[in-house]
Design a protein around this ligand. Structure first.
Ligand code: FAD
Length: 663
């Protein structure tokens, strides 16, 4: 570690870097959300739902959760602030965050994005204030990932000027819908629009589902999705419609209108393109879920690192006290690379939120290419952050031993509540395929559809050699990469340019290989269109994963470049080395197979990683304290009780009770 970094880190400076431009929103949450809002361990599902519903009504909306809505309806037109507010709620209680996300993100967000002025004027104010509770009813029992194939129909009748909303069979039932089982009064329902005998693809309607007393309205059947693995405070339910009459003006008609006589019109002619444009406007939900997963990961890591700094196990002959868990290399191997990845993803998420704020926050027309890039970035980072959360929270649970398994120490609920994040707001595997498709086609085809992948003509027309798109700090990254001398052996593995080049080479090589294999498939498997894509699906997923790794590394490098404080900068530079080298180490098979690493250099990387762990050991606590999660929010008994226990044991041992101290 450079000299100026070996001194003390000013935590306030580190926190400033991590809090970023929406620090005020973060601080307001830290200040106002007290112990009342924390999870209650061991409560029943009914108790959890009751408590979360009550807390949602007590949640000060002005903290920012609904800030994305326009001012005139009670928001602040602050898209980025609403994402950051969601992250903060995720550190308080994940059920509360998800329930709030359904109300103001999914339900309110869909009315805002897909509706027009009359819907906004009639409903947005009450949605923002929480007077109208709602659901986002897209998924059906039979169709989750492929929502273009929903089976619910909504058929227009010019005689009555109403739509007939209908669930034709059990597989078309709306399933898993948040806010449906108990609290929702209205729902944004997605269904196939049929007018004058023609299908126009999936559209959305704003549909009342319960009366003022909470009873289902005629024709609406509401069920409960039943017991779940986590998120007990969220009332997920099922909805079916038996020829429910929906007035014509309840069609959220920004992208498709139906005139009184049933004539359909839309600014986007192609049904599929229109649907995926509509879905694209809802990207905020995906960005929120990724951010929330990372926020929960930071909570888990904070608990595990702090516990590892007080918990002792096994003695050494040369010391009078037992060894702290965090002093074991194996423990550092668990916690520090995960912490480094968490930092990388934090910077990538910050870049994404800033881009989202820019693209969706303004009044002007949305740049289509940027919107596609944003959707792709959101899909990739959602997958990376939620998978990282699942892996890391489990690892933190193990790092706390048996104590990690007790509810009172928070980790079980973090684990159970974030588990499903890999599935909702888009299944991760499906999302990574979309990312790959965007890369292979240069974002020219509509994003969001996996249709047409297998067609030979699609592959021939769309798939092309890619010029890698660079992230925010284009010129900086280019400068660092081009400064790397030709022969790898002459460059230290801690050289940032070399690391960036290694990530870039891997992505480019995988991408070129996928293009070649798809083209060969298109030429030889014309009569088996499904096989063209399916035979390279694993390769295509590897392209997307490598891409997301590069996005995260470049965001981390760009973030460090902006840090003014030299000590913080040097520390995070080392954390960035650890991120880059642990990714390469984990995929060393690929780097060796493709001649990107010699066996000697590959072994050297393991040594360098171990060296970095030793250097970063004294900063572990600082690195989690930088997240600035209030002590009360951590809500883990071990952090309160273990120090006391250790002290009393040390005092007892020091007093020299011969029967108590092992020889
Ligand atoms: C707690 C919870 C809350 C939810 N809240 C809502 C809500 O409020 N509103 C709403 O509309 N929905 C909601 N959902 C639904 C959620 O969005 C869907 O579960 C999700 O989109 C996945 O769909 P599915 O369950 O049908 O899985 P499937 O699509 O059937 O996927 C199952 C498996 O098949 C794999 N798979 C699917 N297609 C492919 C392919 N092309 N290639 C390779 N593998 C593939 C997937 O990777 C996955 O492993 C919620 C779900 C849960 C569990």
């Amino acid at each position: 570690m450079p000299d100026h970094a070996s001194g003390r880190i000013d935590l306030a400076r580190l926190q400033e870097v991590l809090d970023g431009p929406w620090a005020e929103v973060r601080n307001a949450h830290r200040k106002h959300l007290d112990a009342r809002f924390l999870p209650v361990y061991g409560e029943t599902g009914d108790q959890a739902r009751e408590r979360i519903t009550r807390l949602l009504s007590e949640l000060p909306v002005e903290l920012g959760i609904a800030s994305a809505f326009p001012m005139e309806y009670g928001g602040r037109s602050d898209v980025g602030g609403s994402i950051v507010a969601t992250e903060m709620l995720a550190q308080v209680d994940l059920s509360l965050m998800v329930k709030a996300g359904v109300q103001w993100g999914l339900f309110g967000g869909a009315v805002a994005a897909l509706g027009t002025r009359r819907h906004h004027d009639a409903y947005l104010r009450d949605i923002v204030s929480g007077r109208i509770f709602g659901c986002f009813a897209m998924t059906e029992t039979g169709h989750g990932s492929d929502v273009q194939q929903l089976r619910t129909t909504c058929t227009y009748d010019p005689q009555t000027q109403t739509f007939d909303l209908h669930t034709p069979h059990e597989a078309a039932r709306k399933d898993y819908i948040g806010n449906a089982a108990r609290d929702g009064r209205m729902a944004v329902v997605f269904a196939q629009l049929i007018a004058n005998g023609r299908r126009h693809g999936v559209h959305a309607w704003l549909v009342p589902i319960r009366d003022a007393q909470g009873k289902p309205l005629p024709g609406v059947t509401i069920g409960d999705a039943g017991a779940k693995a986590g998120l007990l405070g969220v009332d997920n339910g099922r909805l079916s419609f038996d020829h429910v009459q929906v007035p014509r003006d309840m069609l959220l008609d920004r992208y498709g209108q139906v005139a009184e006589d049933g004539t359909y019109s839309s600014p986007i002619e192609n049904d599929s393109r229109r649907f995926f444009t509509m879905l694209g406007t809802l990207v905020r939900g995906r960005v929120s879920v990724g951010g929330a997963a990372s926020a929960a990961t930071r909570s888990a890591l904070t608990i595990a690192v702090r516990y590892g700094d007080i918990r002792r196990q096994f003695g050494t002959p040369d010391a009078d006290r037992e060894v702290l868990l965090n002093d074991y290399l194996a423990h550092q191997r668990k916690l520090l690379p995960a912490l480094a990845t968490t930092y990388a993803l934090h910077f990538a998420q910050a870049e994404l939120v800033a881009a989202l704020d820019e693209v969706q926050g303004g009044d002007g027309p949305v740049d289509e290419h940027r919107q596609r890039e944003l959707e792709s970035r959101a899909a990739g980072l959602k997958a990376a952050q939620t998978w990282h959360a699942t892996r890391t929270i489990q690892m933190c649970r193990e790092a706390c031993g048996g104590a990690g398994y007790l509810s009172e120490n928070r980790l079980p609920s973090l684990k159970a509540d974030t588990d499903v994040f890999t599935t909702f707001e888009g299944d991760n595997t499906v999302l990574l395929q979309l990312v790959a498709k965007g890369l292979l086609t240069g974002h020219r085809d509509e994003f969001g559809s996996l249709d047409g992948w297998g067609r030979a003509s699609f592959v021939a027309e769309q798939v092309r050699e890619m010029v890698l798109e660079r992230t925010a700090a284009r010129s900086l990254i280019e400068r660092l990469v081009s400064a790397v001398p030709g022969r790898d052996e002459e460059v230290a593995v801690t050289d940032r340019g070399w690391q960036l080049k290694a990530f870039e080479d891997r992505e480019r090589h995988l991408l070129d290989g996928a293009v070649r294999r798809l083209r060969n498939g298109a030429a030889t498997k014309k009569d088996r269109p499904f096989d063209i894509f399916n035979d390279v699906q694993d390769h295509v997923l590897a392209v997307a994963a490598a891409h997301v790794d590069r996005v995260a590394l470049e965001a981390f490098v760009a973030g460090i470049e902006d840090i003014a404080d030299p000590a913080v900068r040097a520390l995070l530079s080392r954390v960035c080395d650890l991120y880059a080298l642990s990714v390469i180490e984990a995929d060393k098979g690929w780097f060796l197979e493709h001649g990107r690493l010699t066996p000697a250099r590959s072994k050297a990387i393991t040594g360098v990683v171990n060296g970095l762990l030793k250097e970063l050991r004294p900063h572990m606590r600082t690195l989690v304290d930088g997240f600035a999660i209030p002590d009360t929010w951590l809500h883990a008994a071990i952090l309160r009780e273990e120090p006391r226990r250790q002290e009393s044991m040390a005092a007892h041992d020091a007093a020299g009770d011969p029967q108590a101290v092992p020889a």
